[in-house]
Write a protein that binds this ligand. Structure first.
Ligand SMILES: [Zn+2]
Ligand SMILES: [Zn+2]
Length: 187
């Protein structure tokens, strides 16, 4: 059998993905970088790295979106907090400011609590309660509410850290995308 890429060369291996035969040069070219995926032919190798590139590009976009939305809300929150209003309007203003500055963090905390409860239920069995009126689930809503409020209050401090973290993660993933492009171009 000859190489799928070099018709005049003897094949030494088979692509793990599609079964195509590859010569020593093709094998070496793709094996070193894609050692986690076994021997791949140039086509499958390229496709694999396009997949990885798209995956990192997706993470990058998500991080930029989260960071930007949080940043805008945070700035608007600060501005609203700084406006001085009399009486009840002052209280409403503080609540809206809190919500904008910590809202994203509060939702994230709620989701974190939900996931933790789900995980606990999966390991230890769900917490069903049988009463006269039927079976009820979810005893743990209070925990989610606690996490939500904690997120809202501490979001003022956590959100700026998150914004910086997300922008850094976006930059890291942008670099990964570029690295993948380089590998794809080299095949
Ligand atoms: Zn292949
Ligand atoms: Zn070849």
């Amino acid at each position: 059998m000859n190489c799928v890429n070099h018709a005049d060369r003897q094949a030494v291996a088979q692509c793990k993905q599609c079964g195509a035969y590859v010569c020593e040069e093709c094998r070496q070219k793709t094996q070193g970088i894609a050692k986690d995926y076994g021997v791949l032919c140039p086509d499958c190798f390229r496709r694999k790295f396009e997949e990885i590139r798209d995956y990192y590009a997706g993470i990058k976009s998500k991080k930029i979106l989260s960071a930007t939305v949080s940043l805008i809300c945070y700035i608007i929150g600060i501005v609203i907090m700084l406006i001085s209003l009399p009486g009840i309007w002052g209280t409403i203003k503080v609540l809206i400011g809190l919500l904008l500055m910590g809202g994203y963090c509060a939702v994230a905390s709620w989701r974190f609590a939900s996931n933790s409860i789900d995980e606990y239920d999966m390991k230890h069995g769900a917490t069903y309660v049988i009463t006269d009126t039927g079976i009820s689930r979810d005893k743990s809503t209070w925990l989610k509410v606690v996490f939500f409020i904690l997120g809202l209050v501490f979001g003022i401090f956590i959100t700026p850290v998150n914004i910086i973290r997300w922008y850094i993660q976006a930059a890291v993933n942008k670099k990964r995308v570029a690295d993948c492009e380089e590998v794809i171009a080299s095949v």
